[in-house]
Design a binder for this molecule. Structure first.
Ligand code: SF4
Length: 251
């Protein structure tokens, strides 16, 4: 079993979705609409998982993850659950996390944080590592550009910090959108003041997803936007580092 209605892609030998070599499962469905999304095909929510479907779905996906175990053991890798938004299917996500833990497979969850707060303690307990996006701090800009309020995203991050979850921040670095002086300052201040998280990946915008928009006949809102220059990325990296953050460029 590879793709299905709930997992739109399984990517093997990934080195950008957490430590080591990983198998990444991409969940179908996301409540957000980031204009820079590289997986626009993942946004549409699928139907509910029927109760009688769940056991077969979980065991099929765990078999796929198990196939690459030798690479995890050699590299310190494991399974990553990405999307879309994996917390849009907490029942499936939590079953997979539990089974991986039983099988001693390291897990990462890559989340936008846009999820019901009641699922956050389960996430903190069950995932070995959480990759958490921080995008735009301004409430109006977040809602206008991304389509949902920023407050739940920030509140959920505070919760994970209180629960001492293992979190690496991810900052999509988008010229003219997330790359503004005010936004970068607000991101640093928020992380310093409200969380214990000091490791951040800066993810510079690139054009790799462009072909998908054409193939799917979706309007590409980023058509005219150019990737940031290496100099600008280095400048922002230095800015974060000067405040004591550990910075990695890329995934
Ligand atoms: S959160 Fe991720 S999957 Fe969802 S729209 Fe934004 S970039 Fe795409």
């Amino acid at each position: 079993m590879m793709q299905n209605a709930h997992i739109f892609k399984i990517q093997r030998y990934s080195i950008h979705d957490g430590p080591g070599i990983r198998t990444t499962l991409f969940f179908q469905g996301c409540p957000l609409r980031c204009p820079w999304c590289h997986n626009p095909e993942s946004q549409k929510m699928p139907g509910k998982i029927r109760a009688e479907e769940m056991d077969g779905l979980v065991s099929g996906l765990i078999s796929e993850i198990e196939k690459d175990r030798i690479f995890y053991d050699d590299s310190g890798g494991g399974a990553t659950f990405s999307g879309g938004e994996p917390l849009s299917r907490p029942d499936l996500l939590f079953r997979l996390l539990d089974q991986c833990r039983e099988g001693e497979i390291h897990t990462c969850v890559d989340t936008s944080g846009c999820a019901d707060a009641k699922f956050l303690s389960g996430l903190a307990e069950k995932a070995d590592l959480i990759l958490y996006d921080i995008k735009l701090m301004d409430a109006k800009a977040h809602e206008t550009l991304i389509g949902k309020p920023v407050f739940p995203v920030l509140d959920n991050l505070r919760r994970l910090s209180d629960q001492k979850a293992n979190v690496w921040m991810r900052f999509p670095f988008i010229p003219g959108m997330t790359d503004t002086k005010a936004n970068i300052k607000a991101v640093m201040c928020f992380l310093e003041k409200d969380t214990v998280f000091r490791k951040i990946h800066i993810l510079p915008f690139h054009k790799a997803g462009e072909g998908k928009y054409e193939a799917l006949k979706f309007k590409n809102p980023m058509k005219e936007i150019k990737p940031p220059s290496p100099e600008r990325v280095a400048e922002v990296k230095a800015e974060f580092e000067s405040r004591g953050f550990q910075v990695i460029i890329g995934g």
